[in-house]
Design a binder for this molecule. Structure first.
Ligand code: FES
Length: 370
């Protein structure tokens, strides 16, 4: 076959694939040198090579199955540190990461191993000319792709082909389960007791939840009274119950919980505080308490600027106007910091009169207040 056939459609149709590949190279001034790398079919080496490649795809399948199983069955409802089941909950994200990462990693290694063991080594040099391709170029390009597919030998190697299809299919399932599963799960399951509604500030009936100062010594109990703060001062506090006195683990857990940190603020003198509707009795005199967890992405928003009476989040510079019920006035946060209802008990200690009226932390598309 020569380049003269390139202009004759009938001659092109009659050409074999090998001839088209050769013609394409000749016309494009492409010089290709191939060196086979695959061991001879049927030999011990070939079987070993196939099995070792298939093993990676099998491993990927195992990881994918484990990922789907963990995603569906592993406990993921929030558990407060120290409560039974916290260990299972805490391992939920790492286990999903390991299994999904293993799926993709083993699949990738399998593909690389297959290419390294079975693809012929090929060196090709081609000149590129501008403008659209001629029909003959397109025909020869298709032939070249088909030949490249044949060169992989995937059609002849049933074990590897099945392993590739299985691993790619299961990895695809895992990739679909991940985004779809988040729509199926209901974080509000559990109604009033759903983890998103409840924090360590919710007391049991008859139980008093005090405001305790966060000190460098977790077992130290320092409760707060009005007068402990000067006007325009802020204090970091966490919940405390008498039942926790002497229980270092419980005291530490209260400090480490992600949704309990609160800033107690004594408003600067002459501040006119405008509470959010329905929260008129949340403050005690000039004392107000707000969650320290930023409603943008959950950083601690507790840099209190007395002069402007704002709480600042150092992560992305959101600012919350304390005098306006901690509503966001600058930055990416769109939701006010949840306010903790407080009062003073008969002994003069600050206590919480209830839990936050809305979820603490980053806002999300289905969040709602009550
Ligand atoms: Fe606070 Fe982004 S986390 S502004």
């Amino acid at each position: 076959m020569t380049s003269e056939n390139a202009d004759d459609p009938d001659a092109l149709r009659e050409m074999t694939r090998d001839q088209l590949v050769e013609l394409g190279g000749e016309r494009d001034e492409v010089h290709v040198v191939k060196t086979p790398r695959a061991p001879f079919a049927g030999t011990k080496d070939a079987r070993w090579a196939e099995r070792s490649v298939a093993a990676w795809f099998a491993l990927s399948m195992l990881f994918a199955v484990a990922f789907v199983a963990c995603f569906v069955f592993w406990p993921d409802d929030y558990v407060v540190p120290g409560e039974p089941g916290y260990g299972w909950y805490a391992w939920n994200t790492p286990i999903l990461g390991v299994t999904f990462g293993g799926t993709v990693l083993a699949l990738g290694i399998g593909v690389i191993a297959y290419v390294k063991r079975f693809f012929p080594e090929e060196t090709a040099v081609q000149r590129h000319s501008p403008g659209p391709s001629e029909p003959v170029d397109r025909a020869t390009a298709v032939a070249r792709f088909a030949e490249a597919g044949d060169d992989t030998g995937i059609a002849r190697r049933g074990l590897v082909r099945r392993a590739v299809l299985g691993a790619a299919g299961l990895a695809g399932v895992a990739a679909v389960v991940l985004p779809l599963g988040t729509f199926v799960r209901n974080p509000w399951r559990g109604g009033e007791d759903a983890a998103l509604w409840v924090t360590g500030w919710r007391g049991a009936p008859g139980e008093t939840v005090y405001l305790r100062v966060v000190t460098s010594e977790p077992s130290e109990i320092v409760r707060v009274r009005p007068g402990d703060l000067a006007p325009g001062a802020m204090m970091a506090v966490v919940p405390f119950r008498e039942s926790e006195r002497g229980d270092e683990e419980a005291l530490l857990a209260a400090e480490r919980a992600t949704d309990t940190p609160v800033m107690l603020i004594r408003l600067p003198q002459d501040t006119r505080f405008t509470p959010q509707p329905g929260r008129e009795d949340f403050a005690y005199g000039e004392y107000v308490a707000f969650s320290r967890i930023c409603t943008h992405l959950g950083c601690p928003a507790s840099l209190y600027d007395t002069q402007n009476n704002t709480a600042l989040c150092p992560c992305h510079q959101s600012a919350f106007s304390i005098a306006e019920g901690a509503k966001p006035v600058f930055g990416p946060a769109t939701r006010a910091l949840p306010q903790l209802p407080i009062t003073v008990d008969e002994e003069g200690w600050f206590v919480a009169t209830g839990d936050f009226p809305e979820p603490v932390g980053p806002a999300f598309w289905e969040i709602r207040s009550r």
